[in-house]
Design a protein around this ligand. Sequence first.
Ligand code: G16
Length: 518
Amino acid sequence: MCIKYPIPEGVKISYGTAGFRADASIISSTVFRVGILAALRSLKTISVIGIMITASHNQISDNGVKIADPSGGMLTQEWEPFADLHGNAPDPQNLVNLISEFAKKENISFGGDYSAEVLLGRDTRPSGESLLEAARQGISSVVGAVATDMGILTTPQLHWMVRYRNMGKSSLETDYFKQLSNSFRCLMDYIPGEMTASEMDELIVDGANGVGGAKLEVVRNSGREGEGVLNHGVGADFVQKEKIVPSGFGQADVGKRCASLDGDADQFVYFHVLPGSNNKIELVDGDKILSLFALFIKQQLAVLSKEDGRQVHLGIVQTAYANGASTDYLKKLGLEVALTPTGVKYLHEKAYDYDIGIYFEANGHGTILFSASFLSWLETRNKELASTPEVELINQAVGDALSGVLLVEVILRHMGWSIQKWSELYQDLPSRQLKVKVMDRTAVTTANAEAEVVKPTGLQEAINCEVAKYTMGRSFVRPSGTEDVIRVYAEASTQEEADNLAKSVAQHVDRFLGFGSS
Ligand code: G16
């Protein structure tokens, strides 16, 4: 095997929250190896696999790679340890040995009747084209494997294409848009009555200067010439963490319904601009999107239960970042709430436990999953309608900002709610998120869905002491799986207290693991 992409001296990139991610200048060798891995996965599953070249919410100089499994979800967690070893295999001999050992263990045979097929997509990052080429070279180094370049796509579009290809359905980008727009129109048409002037208020979208912006016609921060830099002061991650307007928004937008997508359009949040010169916003984050979806589905299920007596197991999945007020609200609605570690790969898996599983991270990454048995029951029940637009609108493969925004718009219209009314569903507890640069983020290990630090010893006790000083205080720390930082989350009864708690916990993290700059 000819290895055109040797690993740069001293570089080790780990498989993280959503694949591999690093500065674009050092990641081509990893992407090449992921190409091989995806072809192996395709041979193993006798299905089409996807590779998405993106670093999502990270700065423009980073890039990365996500792998879509046959269902359209993330690569199975069982293969992550191999991905880690394989992605860092130093020399050609070592790589070949690893592959043959793994292929033997997994019963993967080369040169059989089935040829591996991998769909490739990339976002708008300048490094995307050459990294896509590295992936293609990796794929074609496996005998007979075929790489198909699907072009510049959002991450959820690529995942959707993989899912639909494996279902034997047409899976072009035009099919994706047709499905979303037809089901959106159909659901809007179901809603009785004329729209009032306030309901017809436009939605203003911030495209993060990324691929989501490029896919929309009317959008701010589209990423087109002169609009600004990807994820720089724009996008869902910035808006959710900083709680201020993204670039291109201001006082002229006070009160209007606005949505921000992230850099690869798999996360989204809503907001409205508050009056005053400090550009503050009222954030409607992933927790509130989840609560809106949960409330709506609960209402629809109550109708079904009355009409057909059908009991449906509805479950909610969140992470430790979920605002405490959202979890209280969902529990008060009588819903079952489960917590998993951060990463849609964990939430998605948990959501399969229910007939309908709704999962969202506070950062706006999530979707709704319907079980096969519930869907077949629904399809039989709705056979006179010949379709289930509520299901078709929702991307079952992965969180999808474009599909999610359309679903929010349908539900707000159905409820007759403004963004202000939605935002008042419950009052968020004030919170603050900080990042601390450390020498080695892997020195932090956690337990209990990331709510507790196990290592380094003594850090959890220090956090407990800080939390005890505040009313309704809560704080946790965890290593990011997408950036080289430790993330700190704190909430308390006032913003000042949440800020102070986050700051003092960040100081402890710095004292235990950092450079002593806090
Ligand atoms: C990825 C994951 C998300 C996660 C986010 C941040 O999103 O898919 O589940 O919340 O990273 O992860 P971390 O806190 O470990 O850095 P994306 O949109 O960046 O691919």
